[in-house]
Design a protein around this ligand. Structure first.
Ligand code: ZN
Length: 305
C-alpha cells in the first residue's frame, strides 16, 4: 500500500512520492493519458462541477472570508478543531481538509505544526482563490468532488468542518474519506445537529439536513470507522441560538431571508468578546474530555481501524 493518487477519469492508482506535489501540474495518467485542467493556478479534478451551486453558493465566500476571522462561533470552532487534532492526532504528518472554503481552519492548522503535506480542497475553485493569498505557501489547494476523492491511503488526518450536511450522499463521502486515510488515520468532522433547530438559516446555506442524535456516529461505523470521541458543542450558546433563530423566523416573511440570516453575524464587538470568552471556556473543557449532552453542533473524532 502507501499513498496513491487515483485518476479522475479511469480511477487507476499511481504512487505519490514524498516531497512530490499532491497533484503535479503536468501529471498525466499512465493508463488513459488523462490530464486534469487548471484554472487560476488550481488543478481541477472535477471540472464539470466547478461552476455549479453544489451545496453552497460561491458568492457567500466573499461574505464568509471576512466574517469568519473574528466571529466568536468560527473562532471557537477553530480552537476546538486545533485542540482535538493535537489531542487525537499529534503524530499526524499529513492533513487534508475537505471543503476548506476561504481557509480559516486550514490556516490555523498550517501554523500549528510542521506538516509533510497539508492540502485544502473545495468543489468551488472560487473559494480556493479566496483562500490562496491568506495561506502559507506550504498549503496545497485542489478542486475535488468529496464524493469521488482521488486518493487512497494518503493522509494521516482528514477534516470536514460543516461540510457533510451540504451533501445528499454523506455516507458515500465517509467511505471516500476512509479510503483516502492511511491505516490508523484520524477523521474529525463537525456538523449542525438537532433537526428541531432547522431554520431558514439552514435553507439559505443549502443544508441537506441537521444531524439527529447518533446519526453521524452510525454512518461513520457503517463506513468502517471507530468513533473515539463525540460531543455536542456550542452547548452554552444554545439558548441564544434558539432566540436568534426565532427572530430570523419571525422576520423571514418581511425581508430577504439571506439578509436576515446575515444579521446573525452582525453583533457588537462587546457581545462578540463576551461570547468568545464563553465558548473559549467551553472548548477548554471539551478538549480536556468533557462531553456535552446538547448544543447546536456536534464534533466527532473517528479512526480508520
Ligand atoms: Zn486514467
Amino acid at each position: 500500500m502507501g499513498a496513491e493518487r487515483l485518476c479522475p477519469n479511469c480511477r487507476s492508482a499511481s504512487r505519490i512520492t514524498k516531497g512530490e506535489a499532491i497533484w503535479p501540474v503536468d501529471w498525466t495518467c499512465a493508463d488513459c493519458s488523462y490530464q486534469a485542467p487548471h484554472r487560476d493556478g488550481i488543478t481541477l479534478t472535477a471540472p464539470d462541477l466547478a461552476d455549479t451551486i453544489s451545496g453552497f453558493d460561491p458568492k457567500d465566500f466573499d461574505f464568509l472570508a471576512c466574517a469568519e476571522i473574528e466571529h466568536f462561533w468560527f473562532a471557537a470552532r477553530r480552537k476546538l478543531i486545533v485542540d482535538l487534532a493535537n489531542k487525537y492526532a499529534i503524530g499526524a504528518k499529513s492533513f487534508l481538509e475537505i471543503g476548506c472554503g476561504s481557509g480559516n481552519v486550514i490556516n490555523a492548522m498550517a501554523r500549528e505544526r510542521e506538516w509533510d503535506r497539508i492540502v485544502g480542497t473545495e468543489i468551488h475553485p472560487s473559494g480556493l482563490a479566496h483562500a490562496r493569498p491568506r495561506l502559507p505557501a506550504s498549503v496545497e489547494l485542489l478542486q475535488v468532488d468529496a464524493r469521488r476523492l482521488p486518493f487512497s491511503d494518503t493522509f494521516d488526518l482528514i477534516g470536514a468542518f460543516d461540510v457533510l450536511e451540504h451533501i445528499a450522499d454523506d455516507q458515500l463521502v465517509l467511505s471516500e474519506i476512509h479510503r483516502a486515510l492511511a491505516l490508523g488515520g484520524t477523521f474529525i468532522a463537525t456538523v449542525p445537529q438537532h433537526p428541531s433547530l432547522w431554520s431558514v438559516a439552514d435553507e439559505v446555506a443549502y443544508h441537506e439536513r441537521r444531524y439527529e442524535r447518533g446519526e453521524l456516529q452510525a454512518k461513520l461505523k457503517a463506513a468502517g470507522f471507530r468513533v473515539v470521541f463525540s460531543t455536542s458543542y456550542t452547548a452554552l450558546l444554545l439558548p441564544l441560538m434558539a432566540v436568534s433563530r426565532l427572530r430570523v423566523r419571525r422576520n423571514a416573511g418581511k425581508s430577504d431571508a439571506r439578509a436576515s440570516v446575515r444579521q446573525e453575524f452582525d453583533i457588537s464587538s462587546m457581545l462578540n468578546r463576551i461570547l468568545t470568552m464563553v465558548l473559549r471556556a467551553e472548548v477548554g473543557l471539551t478538549a480536556r474530555g468533557m462531553s456535552w449532552p446538547i448544543g447546536g453542533s456536534r464534533v466527532v473524532v473517528a479512526q480508520k481501524a
